[in-house]
Write a protein of this length. Structure first.
Length: 149
């Protein structure tokens, strides 16, 4: 390939890249995002959330062990965190991901919930799955709406 072709190809690719819209920085991950996402994106979100929670609790336990030699380690604290981490992992692995997605769908089926970000929908769904009373959940949602930008 001649040098002029390489330069033209690079220029063309640069122009294409410069004209492609970039939405990730301005994307709100709220009810409109959820409702317009395809099934694969929704599944990816739920699987990523569940996996992230499990990995996050593993990191907390690891940090406790790493600090054990610094004189701040307390066995009773480590036991409590380990117990909570194990319970959380068991809860998260038992979550019916299809049920979870349907619950987020139901949350965002209410038009006034759509401006709330996904992180809040997830917290509401987790409360529902734990059996929190509908009254308490509704009060929580109203509080979220009051605080949301």
């Amino acid at each position: 390939m001649r040098i002029s072709h390489v330069v033209l190809a690079a220029l063309f690719l640069g122009l294409l890249a410069g004209n492609l819209p970039v939405h990730a920085e301005n994307q709100r991950f709220d009810g409109e995002f959820w409702r317009h996402s395809d099934a694969t994106t929704r599944r990816l979100f739920v699987y990523g959330f569940v996996g992230g929670v499990v990995q996050g609790q593993d990191r907390v336990a690891q940090q406790l062990l790493l600090k054990a030699g610094a004189g701040t380690f307390r066995p009773e604290c480590h036991q409590a965190v380990s117990k909570n981490a194990n319970r959380l992992e068991a809860e998260m692995t038992r979550i019916d991901r299809q049920l979870f997605m349907r619950a987020v769908d139901a949350f965002y089926a209410v038009p006034s919930n759509r401006p709330l970000e996904l992180k809040w929908a997830v917290l509401v769904v987790m409360q529902q799955l734990k059996g929190t009373s509908p009254e308490d959940i509704e009060a929580y949602i109203e509080d979220l709406k009051q605080r949301a930008p």
